[in-house]
Design a binder for this molecule. Structure first.
Ligand code: MRU
Length: 352
């Protein structure tokens, strides 16, 4: 997708260096950072320099390619297994991360020797990122059919191109519909506590020329009840075999509100987000994040300096689940690269 008119992917590899956009500086500063080894990649995922299910899967795949290049000849497999473990321990909820690490690892293990394992790791990692971009473009094509000319779409968090290699999941249908010449308007939930909607989604939509209003998370019901929302599309971090879906905290309440107001609620996600080993949403691990994210906020001063400001009183405590689970019964359809599937049929989608 385009930034100031130039095409970018969210993450890519040049030689042994992984390159990505420093998402914690957006929308005020656009900076590409170099991650020279898999430890730097692991740190980038856990510190949320890069975030979003698809993007952390893609970068974890490249991280495995770095592991393969770094591993000494003696103790090769010990190093590889430790690297895979390090990458898998960075964040717990997004299935794409585990999918990518396992895919590279399995391909390496099937190689006849270490030289070939190193080569295959690079090839498979690149394939994961290319596949992610292609899957998201296909999601865009299928999802755009749901968006009528003049539609008002509500989305939560950031499931745009910054959350994948390219295009995005929930935002791909919006970008595609726009390119088809449809007029549309997006309500972007701000998505406390980290505000991915206000910070990232609003910026992406601006870059693509899509009209958008950031709304406080607790304003979604107001706009739905007033008849101003035609369709809700969100992304997903993990989809269980019964169609229950984990996505950014606050998604569940949007789905219930959409149901109450007779508004279709769709999930958009590529197949590597589907985890058939999770029978239902109850089995999806939910990340619990730092209290400080809820008790304060990060913003930028008039001098352009990023600053954390405390909102709650000094002794206040907080709880901060990063994700919630939307039961399948609230989901009208799941848009994948294969088309639009009823949640109870998601078992027929093979991850990858
Ligand atoms: O904590 P994050 O920003 O990595 O959260 C993941 C997400 O971006 C959202 O939950 C998104 O809607 C699904 S991932 C494309």
């Amino acid at each position: 997708m385009k930034v100031n008119g130039k095409d970018y992917r969210t993450v890519w590899m040049e030689g042994s260096v992984v390159k990505t956009i420093e998402q914690r500086l957006l929308p005020h500063t656009f900076k590409i950072v170099d991650l020279p080894n898999h430890r730097a990649v692991a740190e980038a995922i856990s510190s949320m320099l890069i975030r979003g299910a698809g993007a952390i899967g893609d970068i974890a795949g490249y991280g495995m390619a770095q592991v393969a290049l770094e591993a000494p000849e003696e103790g090769f497999w010990d190093y590889v297994n430790a690297g895979a473990q390090r990458l898998q321990q960075t964040r717990p909820t997004a299935q794409n991360l585990f999918y990518a690490v396992q895919k590279v690892l399995n391909a390496m293990k099937a190689a006849p020797n270490t030289k070939e394992a190193r080569r295959i790791a690079q090839e498979v990692a690149q394939g994961i990122a290319d596949g992610d971009a292609a899957n998201c473009e296909a999601i865009g094509r299928y999802g755009a059919e749901l968006i009528k000319d003049g539609a008002h779409v509500l989305t939560h968090c950031n499931a745009g191109w910054l959350a994948f290699a390219d295009w995005g999941s929930a935002l791909a249908p919006i970008y595609m519909a726009k390119r088809q010449g449809k007029k549309l308007f997006v309500f972007a939930d701000e998505t406390r506590p980290r505000c991915q909607g206000a910070i990232l989604t609003a910026w992406e939509l601006y870059q693509e020329g899509v009209e958008c209003a950031v709304i406080a998370d607790n304003a979604a019901g107001y706009f739905m009840h007033n008849g101003e929302v035609d369709i809700v599309i969100t992304g997903a971090d993990r989809i269980a075999a019964n169609g229950d879906t984990a996505n950014k905290i606050g998604t569940y309440e949007k789905a219930v509100l959409a149901h109450e107001n007779g508004i279709p609620f769709y999930i958009a996600a590529p197949s590597p987000t589907v985890d058939l080993k999770c029978p239902s949403g109850d089995a999806i691990p939910i990340e619990e994040r730092s209290e400080s994210e809820v008790l304060g906020a990060v913003g930028i001063t008039a001098e352009g300096k990023a600053t954390y400001v405390r909102i709650a009183h000094a002794n206040a405590r907080a709880r901060n689940p990063g994700f919630d689970v939307t039961p399948a019964k609230y989901i009208k359809g799941i848009i994948t690269e294969h088309g639009i599937t009823k949640p109870d049929k998601i078992k027929s989608i093979k991850p990858g």
